[in-house]
Design a protein around this ligand. Sequence first.
Ligand code: HEM
Ligand code: HEM
Length: 203
Amino acid sequence: MNTNTTTFALPARVLHWLMAVLIVAMLFIGVGMVSSVSERHAWLLAIHKPLGIAILVLAVVRLAVRWRNPPPPLPADLPALQKLAAHASHWLLYALMLAMPLIGWAMLSAGGYPVMLGDSLRLPAIFPASPVAFAVLRHLHGWLAALLYLTFLAHMGAALYHGLIRRDGVLSSMDGRRAATAILPETVDAARETGDAEPGDPA
Ligand code: HEM
Ligand code: HEM
């Protein structure tokens, strides 16, 4: 179990930044793929499929790491609505990390296309062949990609707001530097008892 309550555990941080790079790359590869009619399309698709399946595996590992190492609490003085928005957006990101690859895989299965990881490893179909299901899942994959992109932008904006404006230790809880003391309500209580609390510290 993680006993450090001000930062995410090292495996959680490594997985967060690795997956952030992979997911943003996948969004751009996907858009590049559908806007290309040259031989680059096949080349991008050959990268898109195994990378997407790798994201699915990493997301499962990440949720297991999270279960073993609960994340640090948000700052005690953060308004309830912002806490709710933070938690809801994090769960939406986790849901999309699992849904996007599964829908991509199911879509190709429904279309009767092979899902190859490299030259020889072929994944089994996870959806019965159906042209209608292929069309629905193909649209869903595109719409959820747009939702993932918008959620990522909002998430990044919120992280920068915490790091540059509130400076409350939330950004440093994910980049590995020690969080500001304001993140821990008990630290503030202790400071009050010893008379060290500053004006503006959380009530
Ligand atoms: C996190 C994982 C994934 C992300 C972020 C992602 C993202 C995208 C995006 C942005 C597009 C373009 C959508 C559009 O503009 O309509 C796309 C298309 C596509 N994706 Fe994914 N994808 C992921 C996983 C997968 C997986 C695992 C597979 C298959 C195993 C897959 C198969 C496809 C296919 C076949 C297309 C359409 C290609 C075409 O029409 O030319 N994707 N994806
Ligand atoms: C596609 C890219 C990204 C995805 C999918 C993503 C996903 C997530 C998720 C799911 C969490 C919640 C962790 C948990 O509670 O287990 C999280 C936390 C966090 N992320 Fe990201 N992230 C991305 C990019 C970024 C970027 C670019 C930044 C910084 C500019 C960032 C900064 C943070 C911070 C500071 C936290 C901790 C928030 C807290 O303590 O509540 N993330 N991220």
